[in-house]
Design a protein around this ligand. Structure first.
Ligand SMILES: NC(=O)c1ccc[n+]([C@@H]2O[C@H](COP(=O)([O-])OP(=O)(O)OC[C@H]3O[C@@H](n4cnc5c(N)ncnc54)[C@H](OP(=O)(O)O)[C@@H]3O)[C@@H](O)[C@H]2O)c1
Length: 276
């Protein structure tokens, strides 16, 4: 497993995304994922499944120190009075001690960036998380937030797959020594997996289209990915990407597809995105 190192955080490059995993399915998938070798689990307050994620972790019996667990604070709760108490609720729901990484889930243009970044630092100060970071931040916001944060921001979690270039955001992450963690990394299981460039590489390596796409992501410096699945077989499949490498031509051909700029996640409260 490739580990991404960012300001002292050691982030396993593949994690399990848990959005929409609920109830017993969530508990089972988290426990199975850890048994299969996952060491990075991604949840959020908004997913409403932190209790089940925590239960799955405890059921797996893994030593807490071997896992990297991320949760996120929803954009309505990133004010100075709300962020720390909300983070405390997240930690209580998970029941596994402090999280490894606490993220601002989305920026909020009605809250000053400095206010939410200060509150995020305060959550770390109070021992609720080991590291702090952001999600859905543009390149300008990454630079601004990094410059004002007293603790280093270790990650920006953004949508990234072969149909969406994140050239500008990735450059900003790299200049601030931050990881860029790809969400919807297999394009939500849609059209990207059927593209001939991805299919040809899959045939060449005897791998699935999802494995090709995830491999393309983790081959990039500072990039990780958090695919979600509710299917135990795919759980293993999405992790079995460390035993082959794309050729330079295959890697470049997939990168070429990112010019399509097809964003899947674009809610009304999203920031004014980068061009790329
Ligand atoms: N920060 C944010 O704002 C944000 C936004 C969106 C998502 N996220 C995070 O990122 C995670 C992943 O993103 P996502 O759920 O949007 O999309 P995704 O991981 O790209 O795709 C998930 C979809 O792909 C299918 N799938 C999984 N593995 C597959 C495989 N090997 N072959 C074919 N299909 C496969 C899944 O179906 P099955 O379940 O049937 O396998 C599911 O329908 C989320 O769970 C969440 O943790 C964060």
């Amino acid at each position: 497993m490739k580990i991404i190192e960012a300001h002292g955080a050691r982030i396993p490059s593949i994690g399990l995304g848990t959005y929409t995993l609920e109830g017993q399915t969530c508990v089972d998938m988290v426990a199975r994922a850890i048994e299969a070798g996952y060491r990075h689990i991604d949840t959020a307050r908004m997913y409403g499944n932190e209790t089940e994620v925590g239960e799955g972790i405890r059921r797996s019996g893994i030593d807490r120190s071997e896992l990297f667990v991320t949760t996120k604070i929803w954009w309505t709760d990133i004010t100075e009075p709300l962020l720390v108490p909300t983070a405390r609720k997240a930690v209580e729901a998970l029941g596994i001690g402090p999280v490894d990484l606490l993220l601002i889930h989305w920026p909020n243009h009605e809250v000053a960036l400095e206010e939410s970044i200060d509150a995020l630092n305060e959550a770390a100060e109070q021992g609720l998380t080991r590291h702090i970071g952001v999600a859905n931040f543009t390149s300008a916001m990454v630079d601004e937030a990094s410059a004002m944060s007293s603790r280093p921001l270790v990650c920006n979690q953004v949508e990234y797959h072969p149909f969406l270039s994140q050239e500008d955001v990735l450059a900003a992450c790299r200049r601030n020594e931050m990881a860029m963690i790809a969400y919807s990394p297999i394009g939500q299981g849609g059209e990207v997996l059927g593209h001939p460039v991805v299919r040809e590489a899959a045939e060449h390596h005897g791998k699935s289209p999802a494995q090709i796409v995830l491999r393309w992501e983790i081959e990039q410096d500072m990039v990780g990915a958090i695919p979600r699945t509710s299917n135990p077989q795919r759980l293993r499949e999405n992790l079995e990407i460390f035993d082959f490498a794309l050729t330079e031509a295959e890697h470049a051909a997939i990168t070429d597809l990112t010019r399509r700029r097809a964003r899947l996640v674009d809610p009304s409260f999203a920031p004014h995105w980068d061009r790329a």
